[in-house]
Design a protein around this ligand. Structure first.
Ligand code: FMN
Length: 195
């Protein structure tokens, strides 16, 4: 049984950049995302969808990321020796991360609805991050340029006209927990208007 002290978890959670190679069991990941799904959601739309890449499933995902970076011009062609080295180290780095959870939602045509769905998905992600922390599982919330590449979306079986990729969560047991960064006192960001 996991002891839950949400206030401690909120402060103690860190973004994890280095993961152990050990995988997280599927039922634990499902529990973590189940906690995520208790996020507030207007009209009970529960807009979040997850594509979880792991084991051999990472291969095509990482290929799609590299192809996207090449299209966008962030990576050279594999024919160039220097670019080939960079591509190989990126492939190794991404493949070593045990799980990648790509989070997406169906686009809404109205701005307000779109923002409601995106906000709910962000709340889902943060809930999941906090739940993961309680399970000893680390996450890194990432937003990267390939998420705006329509061909990347098509490569992973999504229609960029119909859905928005909100984030990719890198997931695994932490190899290293970064030191606490602290936060600016909220009084510096809070204006109280009483009359
Ligand atoms: C929407 C969003 C996107 C982020 N994207 C990245 C990212 O692409 N790469 C990265 O290293 N960290 C990313 N982060 C993590 C932040 O860098 C991290 O939360 C911040 O440094 C504070 O550290 P902490 O989460 O350990 O408190 C992202 C965080 C958020 C909320």
């Amino acid at each position: 049984m996991i002891s839950i002290d949400i206030l401690t978890a909120i402060k103690a959670r860190r973004s994890i950049h280095q993961f152990k190679t050990e995988e997280v069991e599927t039922d634990i990941l499902q529990e973590i995302f189940t906690y995520g799904s208790y996020a507030p959601t207007h009209y009970m739309k529960e807009p979040w969808n997850i594509k979880l890449y792991q084991q051999e499933g990472k291969r095509s995902f990482v290929d799609a990321i590299i192809a996207s970076y090449q299209r966008i011009g962030m990576l050279g062609s594999a024919d160039d020796a220097k670019a080939a080295k960079t591509i190989e180290s990126m492939r190794r780095f991404l493949t070593a991360i045990p799980h990648h959870a790509l989070i997406y939602f169906e686009k809404e045509t109205s701005d307000v609805r779109y923002e409601e769905e995106y906000a709910a998905v962000c709340a889902f992600i943060q809930n999941a991050q906090l739940a993961a922390w309680e399970y000893g599982v680390g996450m890194l919330w990432t937003i990267t340029p390939y998420m705006h590449d329509k061909t990347f979306a098509a490569d992973i079986g999504l229609d960029a006209e119909a859905v928005k990729i909100a984030a990719v969560m890198q997931i695994g047991y932490p190899e290293k927990v970064p030191r606490h960064k602290g936060r600016t006192p909220i009084t510096e960001k809070m204006e109280i208007i009483s009359e």
